[in-house]
Every structure is written in structure tokens, then in C-alpha cells.
Design a protein around this ligand. Structure first.
Ligand SMILES: [Zn+2]
Length: 418
């Protein structure tokens, strides 16, 4: 006879987690973008495929699971168990919202963002973006609109196609080394890098489990030098690849929390994933370190003059806040107050995109909708949370520490509020 080492609460939570995983997989049978990663038992996927559950039956199972979860009391448990319970409950509510959408009930942009991602996107008036553009106006010489001048200025910073792989491998190596100095990763962690075409995104990390990622980079449009470190850190180290590896190692494997073997793309988890992936860039390169690395290593590798890195990044840093222009375009386009062409024009004017990139971006919005908030709002919420806990720019080691803890735990966007 063997005694169970599991207490009743863990048993209940694990059973709920298994049901949750199967529900996510079931939604994935109706929505090809929903399951971003799964590395749990293959038999569960087979089971879900053969069941062919309808949207209605998935909904009633999800509602039943929600009631079960609400009957589980975790108030006296350690914090991580409370986080687990809250996380599972909120992820499930988001799944119910996605089911509504798949059933044909559309939300407004703001309602959808709240329901799917547990966050309220801010509104920025046009005057906000005009003000940023007027500051850029003085920094970029030449004739024409700021967008046209910016586009011309950046032409000299396109990575030549024959140097692309070398530049990316160099950036990834640097990001990986910096990350491994403070984060223990499994010895076996690795990734494959692929260059692809005809995608609505610029880069993607497909996490396969066992600390292995396939990172794809879209080469449809010219790739500017800043994208090398951005993508290397965002998709790789300490971004998505590390985030998924740590969740797998700490939660799925060590604790046996199976809900972390599945990743539902349209869920609160994505705000944490995208927010930490974006914020991770400045965690990996505190202060002036990024410009130093670009000037000394990456610009020369891309065949550019290192001396221009300083000016390039002072312009680039100002364009960062223009990322919120993506949300305004998406909100207006999805809520029907702008048509496709107007949304593209808005992105050209206020997000300083080339017309081709603006087209790609609206195609992204067609597919991923309010997901766009996860990049900018996610990054700002993550930054505010980490800084409120002492992880300020002048304390890089504390910042790494808070960052590592955040990407190893099941915290929700609403749990980042400070
Ligand atoms: Zn991402």
C-alpha cells in the first residue's frame, strides 16, 4: 500500500488543470490560432480530436469547471497556490469569452481586450501622437512629412540580406550570454532559427517543449538593424524562449501543474508573455549597454558605421511611445470607425510605418485583433510592476531578479497593478 503524497486541494486543482488543458485543446479544434504551444500528454490531444466537441458543449464544460474552481478555497494557502487558482480561473473566463467570439458574438475593442487579456487599454488622442512627431521633427533633417523623412533616414540601416543570418546569430548569442549570467536555464535548452515569408507578423517563437523553440523571422519586408536585438531578446533571451522554458521547468515539471503545458494565445497569459518579452530587451541591456553593443559589434556586422548608433537610437527611443498608435488604429478599425485604408494611413502617419508595413500590420490586426495591446500595454505594466518592487534602471541585478520571478510564476495582468 502506498500513501498519496497529494493533499486534497492539490488533487482538486490538478483535476481542474487537466480539464482546462483539454478545454483549451478543444477550442483549438475550432480556432487554428488558439493553441500556441502544447507539450502535455499527446493522448489528451488525441482524445480531444476524437471527441469533436461542439462550441456549445465546450461552453457548458467550461462553465461547470468555473463553478468547480469557485468552490475551491485557497485563501490559507501559500502565495503561489493562490496565484495558480486565480490564474486558472481567469484563463478559463477568457476562454469563455473567446468561445463567445467564435460563436459570432463580437465585442468592442475595449471589451474584447478586457475579456481576453485581463487589461484595460488606455486611449490616446491624436494630439498625443502629433506631439511626439513634433519632437521627432527637429531630429530628422530633410524635406517632406516626418514619416517620409524617417523612412528615408532608416534606409541606411536596413540589414543587407547576405548579412542577416550573421547579424541575428550575433545578437542572439549576446542576449543568451547576458541572460544565462543571471537565469539558470536547462542545459539542453536550444532553438532553431528559420527565415520565412508571407506572414502577418515579423517574428514568432513556436515553443515545442523540453526547452526547445523554433524561432521564425519574416523577411517579407526590409529588416532594420534595431530589429536584431529586439527580436533576439523578444523571441529568444530573455523573452519567449526563456519564459516558456522557465514555466515548463518550474511549474509544469517540478510542480506537475499541467496547465502550463498548454498556451492559449488569446488569453491573459499573452499580455505577460509579450510584456515581459518586450521589457526583457532593456533588462538584458541596461543603461547605455545596448548602444555600446550596437556600435562596437552589431553595426559593423551589418556593414554600418558604429558611430551612427548613438543618433539612431535616440530617434528610435522616441518612436517607442508611438507603439500606442497601433492600438488606436486597431480600435478604430475593429470598431468600424476607420476602414482598412484609413487604418493603414493612420499607421503610416503616427506609427511611422512604410505603406507596405502598415498593410502587413492591418493584416495582423485582422487575425489577432486586440492582441496588439499586449506589446505596449504589457510592456508598460511589466515595467511598472518590476520598478515598484525595486527593479529600477539603476538597480539592474534587482531588476533581473524581479524579472526572473515574474516569468517563473503564474501572475495575471490584473495582478501587476501596483
Ligand atoms: Zn512576442
Amino acid at each position: 500500500m502506498t500513501l498519496s503524497t497529494r493533499d486534497p486541494l492539490t488533487t482538486q486543482m490538478n483535476a481542474a488543470a487537466e480539464s482546462y488543458v483539454k478545454l483549451v485543446l478543444s477550442v483549438g479544434e475550432h480556432d487554428p490560432d488558439y493553441v500556441d504551444a502544447y507539450f502535455g500528454p499527446p493522448a489528451w490531444r488525441e482524445e480531444v480530436k476524437s471527441t469533436e466537441a461542439s462550441l456549445d458543449s465546450i461552453r457548458s464544460s467550461a462553465e461547470q469547471l468555473l463553478r468547480d474552481l469557485e468552490n475551491i478555497q485557497t485563501a490559507r494557502e501559500e502565495e503561489i497556490v493562490q496565484l495558480r487558482h486565480r490564474y486558472l480561473t481567469r484563463q478559463l473566463r477568457s476562454l469563455l469569452a473567446r468561445l463567445e467570439m467564435l460563436g459570432g458574438n463580437m465585442y468592442s475593442f475595449d471589451e474584447e481586450a478586457r475579456a481576453l487579456y485581463d487589461a484595460m487599454p488606455p486611449h490616446h488622442p491624436e494630439s498625443f501622437f502629433r506631439e511626439v512627431l513634433s519632437r521627432l521633427d527637429g531630429m530628422i533633417p530633410g524635406m517632406g512629412t516626418v514619416a517620409q523623412r524617417y523612412d528615408r533616414y532608416r534606409q541606411d540601416f536596413v540589414i543587407p540580406v547576405n548579412r542577416l543570418d550573421d547579424v541575428f546569430q550575433t545578437a542572439i548569442r549576446e542576449c543568451r550570454e547576458r541572460t544565462r549570467r543571471t537565469i539558470d536555464l536547462p542545459q539542453t535548452e536550444r532553438f532553431a532559427l528559420e527565415y520565412v515569408n508571407n506572414k502577418p507578423w515579423s517574428g514568432y517563437n513556436w515553443y515545442k517543449g523540453a526547452s526547445y523553440s523554433l524561432i521564425q523571422i519574416n523577411t517579407d519586408l526590409p529588416i532594420y538593424v534595431d530589429r536584431a536585438v529586439d527580436l533576439a531578446a523578444h523571441e529568444g533571451y530573455p523573452g519567449h524562449h526563456v519564459y516558456n522554458s522557465l514555466l515548463e521547468m518550474h511549474l509544469a515539471r517540478k510542480r506537475g501543474w499541467v496547465e502550463f503545458t498548454v498556451y492559449a494565445l488569446f488569453s491573459p497569459q499573452s499580455l505577460i508573455a509579450e510584456g515581459t518579452a518586450n521589457f526583457g530587451i532593456e533588462v538584458a541591456f541596461p543603461g547605455h549597454q545596448r548602444i555600446d553593443f550596437e556600435r562596437d559589434v552589431l553595426f559593423p556586422a551589418a556593414g554600418m558605421h558604429g558611430a551612427e548608433a548613438e543618433q539612431y537610437y535616440s530617434v528610435h527611443s522616441l518612436t517607442g511611445v508611438l507603439n500606442y498608435a497601433h492600438n488606436e488604429a486597431a480600435r478604430a478599425y475593429l470598431d468600424g470607425t476607420m476602414n482598412r485604408q484609413q487604418a493603414e494611413e493612420w499607421l503610416v502617419t503616427y506609427a511611422l510605418m512604410s505603406p507596405e508595413r502598415a498593410k502587413q500590420r492591418v493584416r495582423f490586426i485582422d487575425t489577432y485583433r486586440s492582441y496588439v495591446i499586449n506589446y505596449n500595454l504589457g510592456q508598460d505594466l511589466v515595467r511598472a510592476y518590476i520598478e515598484s518592487r525595486g527593479g529600477t534602471p539603476d538597480n539592474p541585478s534587482r531588476r533581473w531578479d524581479e524579472f526572473r520571478q515574474l516569468i517563473s510564476s503564474p501572475r495575471l495582468p490584473s495582478g501587476l497593478r501596483t
